[in-house]
Design a protein around this ligand. Structure first.
Ligand SMILES: Cc1cc2nc3c(=O)[nH]c(=O)nc-3n(C[C@H](O)[C@H](O)[C@H](O)COP(=O)(O)OP(=O)(O)OC[C@H]3O[C@@H](n4cnc5c(N)ncnc54)[C@H](O)[C@@H]3O)c2cc1C
Length: 357
């Protein structure tokens, strides 16, 4: 495997931002990944695992360690009754995989069409969209244990999936490199139409839509929101949603609502807008980070230098041209500060920040 030096990372990310990696390798096999881990150990530098760079912000100064880009390929499949078990190499493009299986009428991931990045990135933050999450179809994850240099096979339960969470981005962060993911998809299964925008798109159609129609509609909704990677579309020079939707207790929601009403009264407004929320785990609710951001005074299209908020989606911070990572972080901090002051909620960042420190 070739080991390159001082490779600029910006072109490897959807934000198109960031400085160089001191060392850079492309791993096409488990043996390459083992070599990459050994190389970083020998140099005594940190090793960062890069997939499609779509959930990543790289610091302007770059990364003084080694980056291994996962580029292994291949899909194996077998039938298990009415289900297909697809074992997919981590370096495969996620959206292409969705397109392939949906065209063959396998259900389970059709709502996650158009999400950029690699297959290996999907279990890391339990990727999800429009009412589906990969956690409900993943049956196995194979990974290289960076500590023992052994391959480990995880069941879905062992991945401990939660909202944008797994062991790979929490308790075992930086321990494993995902090499393969197994998905269990139902042949001729019905599409999942739980999400409001999606259900509305098919509301006046008498027959259940085909999976291919659902995939197409998801992509077109995403495109309208600037959440599909389209060449030349400035709104998608981003990492998708920059903040997670906060999950709070029901009593916290009551406190926030009381606080908002009090402020509305003080401002002489008759009534404050109710805070939109959805049921989450028992006793908790999920708030919409986009709503909080807008109501803290950041409209769509807001600009701070070359960083900004997408003109079509409040949750996406975008690189409006030649933005630096520092400019994007400055915008992040401004948003967080005002949301905290107004609602008492500390927004959690979704993309990974790669820097020297
Ligand atoms: C326009 C746009 C829309 C998006 N929409 C959504 C959405 O609807 N839902 C959603 O959940 N996400 C969304 N995202 C975020 C992103 O696409 C996903 O999180 C994606 O799964 C990241 O995969 P990646 O390969 O690009 O990972 P990267 O960005 O390369 O890496 C992200 C993290 O995963 C780790 N990682 C990557 N590959 C591996 C591996 N093989 N083994 C171990 N660790 C690994 C990295 O080390 C890093 O910590 C969106 C992003 C963009 C730009």
């Amino acid at each position: 495997m070739e080991i390159r030096e001082n490779i600029t990372l910006a072109p490897y990310t959807t934000f198109c931002v960031g400085g160089p990696a001191r060392w850079f390798m492309e791993a096409a096999s488990e043996a390459d990944l083992t070599e990459a881990v050994s190389f970083a150990r020998a140099k005594n530098v940190p090793l960062f695992v890069l997939g499609g760079g779509s959930n990543l912000l790289v610091a302007d100064k770059g990364f003084p360690g080694a980056v291994v880009h996962v580029v292994n390929r291949g899909i194996r499949e077998e039938m298990d009754g009415e289900h297909g078990i697809f074992t997919v190499a981590a370096g495969e493009d996620w959206d292409r995989f969705v397109s392939t299986v949906v065209a063959r009428d396998f259900a389970g991931i059709e709502c996650m069409a158009g999400i950029p990045g690699t297959v290996g990135g999907t279990p890391v933050q339990n990727v999800g969209a429009y009412g589906q999450e990969v956690a409900s179809t993943i049956v196995a994850v194979r990974a290289l244990d960076r500590a023992s240099l052994r391959m480990v096979d995880f069941s879905a339960a062992n991945c401990q999936f939660g909202y944008r969470r797994s062991i790979f981005n929490s308790t075992a962060r930086d321990r494993y490199i995902v090499t393969e993911v197994g998905y269990r998809l139902r042949l001729h299964g019905a599409p999942h139409l739980a999400y409001k925008d999606l259900a509305e798109a098919f509301a006046d159609k008498p027959a259940t839509p085909k999976l291919t129609q659902v995939r197409k509609t998801v992509r077109s909704i995403r495109r309208k929101k600037g959440m599909l990677l389209v060449k030349g579309d400035k709104d998608c020079r981003s990492a998708g949603s920059f903040f997670k939707n906060p999950v709070v207790s029901e009593s916290q929601l009551a406190d926030i609502s009381a606080r908002v009403s009090k402020e509305a009264n003080l401002a002489g407004q008759a009534e404050a807008a109710p805070i939109p929320h959805f049921a989450a785990e028992p006793g908790t609710v999920k708030l919409l980070a986009g709503w909080l951001i807008e109501h803290a005074g950041f409209p769509k299209g807001f600009a701070l230098g070359a960083a900004g908020i997408s003109s079509r989606h409040t949750l996406a911070l975008v690189n409006r041209g030649e933005a630096t990572a520092d400019e994007i972080l400055a915008l992040r901090d401004q948003i967080r500060k005002r949301v905290l002051a107004q609602f008492g909620i500390c927004l959690e960042q979704e993309p990974v920040y790669l820097s020297g420190s």
